[in-house]
Unconditional design. Sequence first.
Length: 234
Amino acid sequence: MSRAAALAEQIEGAIVKGEIPHGSRLGTKDELRRRYFVAYGTLNEALRILQQRGYVTSRTGPGGGLFASLPSASLRLSHLILGFREGGTMADCAAVRHALEASIAVDAARSRSRADVDALEEIVEAMAGHIDDPTEYLRYNWMLHRRIAQCCKNRILGNLYCTLLDASEAELTAVAADRDFAREVKRNLAVHREIVAAIADGSAARARRAAERHEGFFSERPRGSRAALRRHRR
């Protein structure tokens, strides 16, 4: 985490806890720089982050300056993914996304249309056609998960999942197979076929089991082993 991001977290935490009351004047930039012992560049970046999140507002004119604020729930939700670029990692995004898999699969099983099922079956067949091409296999893999999320009636759930997936995908510059890919890709494909079959069946229980098997495919790897698809970040 950068010094600016850490300072933003410190000030945000103080506002959330009430240590800095909502509406109170934080002071001038010079006062804040001396209080937190940071350079102007660091302070300006921290304030940019806080203003973007809605925790600091700026007022001009007599009595103006920087003031503490508590953003609305809708604003906090709209900036949920900001944490990825300000201190989170691709692994953080993946962890939250995987935690939503079962809920996504269950909602999709309950809400899918015939057109949804046709689209999912077409994508999983495209995955099957690219088991020798890690880059294309991953592209269709994520396309499948995005399309499953789009089946959901709960649009907050579906949109949150897609946002996390988009954030991870945006960080990719290349994909390369490791030594486990060729051995495990067929089993990975079978797991995804079962998810699609469960959604097509419309069974929430079957969809949950399929999603849990999908999670188990990753969690059963020995500690320290590399992922079947190694992700290269910018």
